[in-house]
Design a protein around this ligand. Structure first.
Ligand SMILES: [Cu+2]
Length: 179
């Protein structure tokens, strides 16, 4: 009799120990799981930071050429050129997206013009129209007057005057970067 109770007690003790071990294992597995979740969360944060950094770097890269080359939208009206100041890079080829809503009756010869003799610009824009002017900027850094000769008082009118800033060929990006 006593020989049988002892093993039964041992078995019960063994079962209790097994259950305890299983619980420990389960707990360890749960800890391991949350550890992996933390690692994933950390990796996600790292990727997010990298993505934001890349976006900022790329966004800045996109902004740079917009001021100095490529396509520039310009409106002519009785109020003048909008924008009144454009900035371009010496030696670059620029597309001027030039448009007006003014009717022919208001315009001498039915056109606005864009004249900047020092920069090789002498273009006409018919009333209520748009056109593109492909212009290769001379390699002459500086600030130049541009005006409309056909109306609004011509060259002597302060209204129909704009400025074209020609930046040295390779300084624009650095200047922006330093600012
Ligand atoms: Cu004009």
């Amino acid at each position: 009799m006593t020989t049988e109770t002892a093993p039964r007690h041992d078995r019960r003790a063994a079962t209790t120990a097994q259950r305890r071990a299983q619980r420990e294992q389960a707990r360890a597995a749960a800890r391991g799981g949350s550890g992996r979740a933390r690692q994933l969360a950390f990796a996600g944060i790292v990727l997010g930071v990298l993505a934001i950094g890349a976006f900022l770097a790329f966004g800045d890269f996109l902004n740079r050429p917009a001021t100095a080359s490529g396509e520039i939208n310009i409106q002519s009206s009785m109020a003048g050129f909008t924008p009144a100041v454009i900035t371009v890079k010496a030696g670059s080829t620029v597309t001027l997206d030039w448009w007006t809503q003014d009717a022919a009756i208001h315009l001498q010869n039915g056109v606005h013009t864009m004249v900047a003799p020092d920069l090789g610009l002498n273009e006409a824009l018919p009333a209520e129209s748009s056109r593109t002017v492909t212009w290769t900027v001379p390699n002459k850094p500086g600030t130049y007057d541009v005006w409309c000769e056909s109306c609004c008082g011509g060259k002597d009118s302060p209204t129909m005057h704009g400025k074209i800033v020609v930046q040295p060929a390779d300084s624009a990006g650095e200047a922006r970067g330093a600012a």
